[in-house]
Design a protein around this ligand. Structure first.
Ligand code: BG6
Length: 504
C-alpha cells in the first residue's frame, strides 16, 4: 500500500458537538499542531445538530482543549487553529445539508490548497453510519479522482457478526477497504505499538515466546469508572462487545502473532488474522465453566460511594447487561498449543490498569525449586495504561546469611523516563489517516473473525440465567473470575513495580 506524503486535507467530523470530538479529536488536532505534525494545508468542519455559529463552536472547542489536551494551550497556536475550524449545522439525513456541505468543502479546498483530499470522521452513534455514507455517495462527495476520500469509523462496528457484515457491505459499496479506517484506539497507544518491538527487536524474548517456556498469558483491561453518561449505549453493548471484541482481541493478536515477513501493513494484518483464525472454538459447555460475566452493585471507590450499574442513568433497573467479562481461551497453533490466555475486563473495579503479563514456566523440581516451594515464577508485564512500561520479575538472593530467595523486579517506567506526556492514541491515529497508513486500524477480516468468536459466547449466554449484580463496585470483580485461574492452580498477577509507585 502506498503511503502518501501529501498530508493536506479537510477533515469533516460528523458528531462535531459530541463527547469524542470535544474530549479526544480536537485536542488531538491541537496537540499535532503543537508538535509541528499538522499539515499547513488543513481545515476542520464539525457537523452537528446544535444551532451554533463558527465562532460559538470555536469558543466551545477552546474550553475543551483547555480541559482535555495533554499540552497546555498556547494562545498563538490556538489562533492558528481557531481559524481553521468551522461548524455546519444539519441533521445527518438532510439532503440539503450535504449539498451545502459539499459546496463549503470545495471552497475550503481552494482556500487551503488541500488538493481535494478529504477525511470523513464518523464520531456518531452506529445507527448513523449507513445513512451518512449513503448520503456522501449520493452527493458525489467520495470521488477519488481528485484527492483522497477516507472514512474513519468509530466502534462499535456492528453488534454481532451479521450486523457487522451488513454494515461493512454498506460502507465498502462506497469506500474501498483501503480508504476505510476502522478505529480501535488501543492500537494508537504507545505501549501497544511497543509490543511488536519488544517481541521482535530483542534477541532474548522471541526464542522463549512459545509453549515450551510460557505457562500462561494474562491480558487485563480494568477500570474504576462506571458507565458514566453512556448508559444508553452500554445497555446495548456490555463488556464483551465494548472491550473484548475489539481492544482485548487486538492485544491478544499482537501478543500471540508470528513475526511478519516485513513491517508492511498487510503483512502485519495477515499475521494478526491468523491468530484469530487459530482461536479454539468455544463450545457451550466450555463457555459455561470458562467464561465469567459480572455486573457491579453499589460500592465505594477511592472513598466515594458509587451506585450500582442498575441505578445508573439510562440503565434498566433489571438490566442483565454485563459490566465485567473474564475468560480462558486457547490459540491452537504450534507456538501456543496448551498455553491458556486469560482475558479480563470490567468497570468499577479497584484500580485502572491495562496490562499484559506473561508467566514463564518453572524449572524442573530440583535444586532451589525442590527446596523452596514458594519460589515465584518469572513474569514479564507490559504496562499499557495508565502507567506505561515493562517489568520483569526474577528470583534473587535476599541479602544476609540465610540464603533466602526473593522475587526481584527490573522495571522500565516509560512515563518516568520520558516525562510522561506520551502522545494520545488519537494523535497518532489521526496522523496516520492523513498519511494514508492503515497499519494501526482494523482490517475487515480481523473484525469478522473477532465477531465470530464473540458471537459464540453471546449465543451461549442467551440460554443461561445470570444473577446480577455479582460484584461490589471497588472490588476486584466476581469471585468466579478468581476461580477461573485458581482451578488451574494459577492466579491473576498484579505486578506493582516499586519505582512505578514511587515515581508516579
Ligand atoms: C472504550 C470503551 O473503547 O474504551 C469504554 O467504549 C472504555 O467503555 C474505554 O472505558 C477504555 O479506554 P482506555 O483508553 O481508558 O483504556
Amino acid at each position: 500500500m502506498e503511503i502518501t506524503k501529501d498530508l493536506s486535507c479537510v477533515m469533516t467530523i460528523f458528531g462535531g458537538t459530541g463527547d469524542l470530538a470535544h474530549r479526544k479529536l480536537i485536542p488531538a488536532i491541537y496537540n499535532l499542531l503543537h508538535e509541528n505534525m499538522l499539515p499547513e494545508n488543513f481545515a476542520v468542519v464539525a457537523v452537528g445538530r446544535r444551532d451554533l455559529s463558527h465562532e460559538e463552536y470555536r469558543d466551545s472547542i477552546y474550553q475543551s482543549i483547555q480541559k482535555f489536551s495533554r499540552l497546555k494551550i498556547d494562545n498563538d497556536l490556538w489562533n492558528v487553529l481557531r481559524n481553521k475550524i468551522y461548524y455546519s449545522k444539519f441533521s445527518f439525513d438532510d439532503n440539503l445539508g450535504y449539498s451545502k456541505l459539499n459546496e463549503f468543502l470545495k471552497a475550503l479546498d481552494k482556500e487551503y490548497h488541500t488538493n481535494g483530499n478529504r477525511m470523513y470522521y464518523l464520531a456518531v452513534a452506529p445507527e448513523y453510519f449507513e445513512v451518512i455514507v449513503d448520503k456522501l455517495n449520493n452527493h458525489n462527495m467520495v470521488d477519488t479522482r481528485e484527492g483522497f476520500k477516507r472514512v474513519v469509523i468509530e466502534k462499535p462496528f456492528g453488534r454481532d457478526l451479521k450486523s457487522a457484515q451488513y454494515l461493512n457491505k454498506k460502507i465498502t459499496e462506497v469506500f474501498s477497504e483501503d480508504n476505510t479506517y476502522r478505529i480501535d484506539h488501543y492500537l494508537g497507544k504507545e505501549m501497544i505499538q511497543n509490543i511488536m518491538i519488544i517481541r521482535f527487536a530483542n534477541s532474548i524474548f522471541e526464542p522463549i515466546w512459545n509453549n515450551k517456556y510460557i505457562d500462561n498469558i494474562q491480558i487485563t483491561a480494568i477500570e474504576t469508572v462506571g458507565v458514566e453518561n453512556r448508559g444508553g449505549y452500554y445497555e446495548k453493548a456490555g463488556a464483551l462487545r465494548d472491550m473484548v471484541q475489539n481492544h482485548m482481541l487486538q492485544l491478544l493478536t499482537l501478543t500471540a502473532m508470528e513475526p511478519p515477513p516485513s513491517l508492511k501493513t498487510e503483512h502485519i494484518r495477515d499475521e494478526k488474522v491468523k491468530v484469530l483464525q487459530s482461536l479454539e472454538k468455544l463450545t457451550p459447555e466450555f463457555i459455561k465453566s470458562n467464561v465469567v460475566r459480572g455486573q457491579y452493585g453499589a460500592g465505594s471507590i477511592e472513598g466515594k460511594v458509587v451506585p450500582a450499574y442498575r441505578n445508573e442513568a439510562n440503565v434498566s433497573p433489571e438490566s442483565k447487561v454485563e459490566t465485567f467479562a473474564a475468560l480462558k481461551m486457547h490459540v491452537q497453533n504450534f507456538r501456543w498449543a496448551g498455553v491458556p490466555f486469560y482475558i479480563r475486563s470490567g468497570k468499577r473495579l479497584d484500580r485502572k490498569s491495562t496490562e499484559i503479563t506473561v508467566q514463564f514456566k518453572e524449572l524442573p523440581n530440583i535444586l532451589y525449586f525442590k527446596e523452596n516451594k514458594e519460589l515465584q515464577p518469572n513474569l514479564l508485564t507490559i504496562k499499557v495504561n495508565p502507567m506505561e512500561g515493562v517489568v520483569f520479575q526474577f528470583n534473587g538472593k535476599e541479602p544476609g546469611s540465610r540464603n533466602n530467595i526473593l522475587p526481584l523486579q527490573m522495571d522500565f517506567c516509560q512515563n518516568c523516563e520520558f516525562e510522561s506526556n506520551t502522545p494520545e492514541a488519537y494523535e497518532r491515529l489521526l496522523y496516520d489517516v492523513m498519511k494514508g497508513d492503515p497499519t494501526l486500524f482494523t482490517r475487515w477480516d480481523e473484525v469478522e473473525y473477532s465477531w465470530k468468536f464473540v458471537d459464540s459466547i453471546l449465543e451461549a449466554w442467551k440460554s443461561e440465567e445470570n444473577s446480577f449484580p455479582n460484584y461490589e463496585a471497588g472490588s476486584n470483580g466476581p469471585r468466579e473470575a478468581e476461580l477461573l485461574l485458581s482451578r488451574d492452580n494459577r492466579k491473576w498477577w498484579n505486578i506493582e513495580s516499586n519505582s512505578f509507585c514511587a515515581r508516579k
